[in-house]
Write a protein that binds this ligand. Structure first.
Ligand code: ATP
Length: 349
């Protein structure tokens, strides 16, 4: 499916207050046609409220929501060409999978043959064909989740809104469903807007994502952009793992902390926090590389090991990610030396 840069959904200065709480604070962003877009942030950041405003269950206090250039803010949920998939699947327990999918289309009084074709197509896309005659209680959690998704897709909305769709699944199934959901979105050619508090989930699935905190939009971008170039310290910490080192940048642009000096990009003179990812620190025998440390912990992560290295520079041990093959000779308690890749260091001031 080709993706265009045309915005299908435009959120313009949207805000929402509940009494003294500002749930969503003047958010503006464009969601493009056919993209998989994630609204990401910690609990209480306003992502569900924003999604509910898109769906029409909540009226914006300020701003407008445009779909294909038309202001849909005054429209009730059922008049919007958007469909919201709820966190609790809300399947009809007494109906088969086929009946669960057909129901909404029968309500629209579509011809029987059309209903059958659309339901068959959607069951094919969501791998539900073998379960067509089963009732929800005869399905696993992952299968029920697919029925809920299929029921939303069969109505062919322009945009599908999903609120923590994988929240109820165990870790293994969730990881598999992340990839399936992405495949189904691609096949259906429908714009997906998903709410999640799980940064890994957003990184795996989303074409682009928005990071929210306290109702404010902090950054919008592709996963790799946000991971490589976090706009704020909060984003750097929230997405992936980041080491932080407090220190000072001199007039020459060199960042310095106890026992550590790095010529990082774009620093202004003054106090600064240097941020670096665990994969951007190299290790060597003691004395070989500029920063000295002691290994205080080694964590196993499948193909990788994460060494936790205490240094004079940082309050908490620095995390250093290395391939498992390079880790065999290191033990907790060993002295070690480190080098921070200057091109990968980021300064927050
Ligand atoms: P979570 O991941 O925990 O669901 P969220 O990011 O989706 O959180 P929202 O549910 O949008 O956050 O809530 C944002 C803020 O608005 C919170 O402080 C919440 O307590 C408040 N809030 C949400 N809905 C209401 C409501 N109907 N009445 C009063 N306050 C509300």
């Amino acid at each position: 499916m080709t993706r265009s840069n045309t915005p299908i959904l435009r959120i313009e200065g949207v805000g929402k207050r509940f009494g003294p709480v500002t749930a969503v604070d003047n958010v503006s962003l464009d969601i493009r046609e056919n993209e998989f877009f994630a609204l990401l942030g910690p609990s209480g950041c306003g992502k569900t409220t924003l999604l509910r405003m898109l769906a029409g269950f909540e009226a914006p206090g300020t701003g407008r929501i445009l779909l294909d250039g038309k202001d849909i803010s005054p429209l009730p949920p059922e008049k919007r060409p958007l469909n919201l998939m709820f966190q609790s699947y809300a399947l009809f327990p007494h109906m088969t999978v086929r009946q669960n999918l057909s129901y909404g289309l029968e309500m629209e009084r579509l011809p029987k043959a059309d209903i059958r074709r659309r339901v068959d197509d959607t069951m094919g896309m969501t791998d539900l064909t073998p379960f067509a005659e089963r009732k929800p209680e005869q399905l696993s959690g992952g299968q029920k989740q697919r029925v809920a998704l299929a029921r939303a897709l069969v109505k062919r909305p322009k945009v599908l809104l999903l609120d923590e769709p994988l929240g109820a699944l165990d870790k293994k199934l969730r990881e598999r469903m992340q990839l399936e959901l992405k495949r189904m979105q691609n096949e259906a050619g429908i714009t997906f807007v998903i709410v999640t508090h799980d940064q890994e989930e957003a990184l795996v699935m989303a074409d682009r994502m928005a990071i929210l905190k306290d109702g404010r939009l902090l950054q919008v971008g592709a996963p790799e952009e946000v991971y490589e170039h976090p706009a704020e310290r909060f984003v750097a910490n929230f997405i992936g793992v980041m080491n932080f080192i407090d220190g000072k940048t001199g007039a020459d642009g060199v960042f310095a902390a106890e026992g550590l000096q790095v010529k990082a990009q774009g620093g202004k003179p003054g106090t600064a926090t240097l941020a670096i990812r665990p994969e951007n620190i190299a290790i060597g025998p003691p004395g070989d590389l500029p920063v000295s440390g002691i290994i205080v912990d080694i964590a196993y992560h499948g193909l990788d090991r994460v060494l936790h290295v205490r240094t004079a520079a940082a309050e908490t041990p620095l995390q250093v990610r290395i391939p498992a093959s390079g880790a065999s000779n290191w033990k907790t308690g060993d002295p070690i030396s480190l080098r921070l890749d200057p091109a990968k260091c980021r300064l927050f001031q």
